[in-house]
Structures are given as structure tokens and as C-alpha cells.
Write a protein that binds this ligand. Sequence first.
Ligand SMILES: NC(=O)c1ccc[n+]([C@@H]2O[C@H](COP(=O)([O-])OP(=O)(O)OC[C@H]3O[C@@H](n4cnc5c(N)ncnc54)[C@H](OP(=O)(O)O)[C@@H]3O)[C@@H](O)[C@H]2O)c1
Length: 279
Amino acid sequence: MHAVTDELAPIDPTAFAQRYGPRALVAGGGVGLGAEYCRQIAATGIDLLIVDRDVAALDAIASEIRGGSTGVDVVTAAIDLGQPALQLLTALRAASEGLDIGLVVANAAWSPVGPFVDVELELHLTAIDVNCRAPVVLGHEFGRRMIRRGRGGLIFMSSLAAESGAAQVALYSATKAFDLVLAEGLWYELRDHGVDVVAIRPGSTRTPGWESSQPTQEFDGVMEPLDVVRDALAALGTTPSIAAGAANRAAEAFFRSLPRRDVIEMMSSITKDLVPAPH
Ligand SMILES: NC(=O)c1ccc[n+]([C@@H]2O[C@H](COP(=O)([O-])OP(=O)(O)OC[C@H]3O[C@@H](n4cnc5c(N)ncnc54)[C@H](OP(=O)(O)O)[C@@H]3O)[C@@H](O)[C@H]2O)c1
């Protein structure tokens, strides 16, 4: 295992495709980190099943990849990942019928921003549906299928926010801690079946979701989706979970050396200024 501040070795695209092909399902693949997963996975030669609720975003990323040089096959499915779990399972099974899925990225997330008691309960519950229930459904269904086929990979998107509670995003941080702990347990359970699992903890990353909640766009240390996804693909099969980016790995090591109260204060001094995105 690498030290916390190490740069990760880049993937070998051919070996990656052999291990995690022939097709990847990217949940929440329309924009931001999800769209970047689609680009980088396609670049290894793995076909795609892209799932998102935003049809225009799905069409845009699918035509971008079809128009590129990878030659991969791209299928899209407009699915609301926040729908009740059994309906979601039915929709995912229909979308993936006849497709051999070797890699799943549970990327979609949604979050209200605001004081916990001021946000309507229904919105908190929607965040739990998208950020927790959907990854459970994806991990359960495709984990089983991957165990049967004897190989595969599952990537769960957590966050540096999983490190502690923080003002205005208490529920979001809790959902990302859920994703982290779920993935780490699955990493252990599935490894003897040839299935690699990893949880990725990005810090601030320039995506539509991130930009919609920032009080200002003037930031140092914001990562680009390209670099986060490059780390995520490199980390799969090497570690149960990791922060994206060497600077975030160093920051995380520092946080972990502090009393939790100090971490909550530090995180909240930033998140208290986040602005609610339109729902
Ligand atoms: N960006 C960051 O700074 C950051 C930091 C730490 C962790 N992360 C994690 O990284 C992941 C991706 O983040 P991001 O910033 O790229 O997010 P984003 O810009 O908000 O994009 C998320 C994608 O998921 C889709 N999605 C949301 N709810 C959905 C639903 N109910 N059904 C289907 N699709 C849905 C979104 O569609 P719509 O556009 O229709 O909502 C969008 O295409 C998330 O798990 C997030 O928690 C991000």
C-alpha cells in the first residue's frame, strides 16, 4: 500500500480493460465527475452504460464519446436514482439486460445546502435515497453479478466531507460517510471473488454541482475532474479507500491528527458560507 502523500501510478489501459471490461455502468454520468469517468473509461476501450436523470446531459456525453476516437459502444438510460429502491432495481435490470457489466461507478449524489432544521425533511430524504440507497442497490445487484462472473470493480464516491460533520451539509457529510464505510466493508468481502472495491474521497472539484453551491468561484486548491478520476481509476484494486489528489491526502492526514472538535470547526468555517442551489 502507498504512503498517504504518494502520487498514484497511472493505469495501464489494456490491463484495466481486461480486468474491468467489457462494459462499465456509470451512475450519474451526465456531467461533472460522472462525465469524466465516462471519458476516461471509454479511453481504455471499455463500452459504457451511462445512467442519469438528465436526458440532455446524457445525450451530450454519449454523442461526445461516440464522436471521439475510442470506438466504444455507448448505451444510455434515463433513470432517477432517487426512486424507491425496488423500482430502481427493476429499472437498472432493464437497462443492463444482456450487457456484461464489469465496472460500476456509483457517482451520483445530490444535497440540499442549509441549516439542517430549515431544510424540508423531504429534501433530506431525497439525498439519502440518491447518495445511500442507490449505491446500496448498485453494489448489491452488480456485486452479485460480478461475483458470479469472477471479476469486476465497484467505485463508490465518498468525499473529504465524510471526515466530519459540518455546518449546512450535515446530512450530505453523513451520506458520504455511509458510502465510505459501505465500500470499505465490500472491499474486504468481495476481494476473494476477484471483485475490487474502492471509495474515493475528493476534495473541492470543479463540477456543476460544486459550482452551484459556492459563494465565490475564487478558490485555491480546487481539483479538476480529470485529475480526480485519474486517481480513482488508479486506486481501484490497490486500496479500500483514498482521498483524490496528493494535496488532499496530505490535508486529510493533518485533519486526522487533530481533535475532532477542531476538524468540525475548521470544516464548518468553510461550509457555513455555502449557498443553497436551486432544487
Ligand atoms: N465536486 C466536488 O467538489 C465533490 C467533492 C467531494 C465529493 N464529490 C462526489 O463526487 C460525485 C460527483 O460529484 P459532482 O460534483 O460531479 O456532482 P454533480 O456535478 O452534481 O453531478 C452529479 C450527476 O449525478 C446526477 N444525478 C443527481 N441526482 C440524480 C438522480 N436522482 N438520478 C440520476 N442522476 C442524478 C446529476 O444529474 P442532475 O444534473 O440532473 O442533478 C449529475 O449528472 C458525488 O458523489 C459527490 O458527492 C464531489
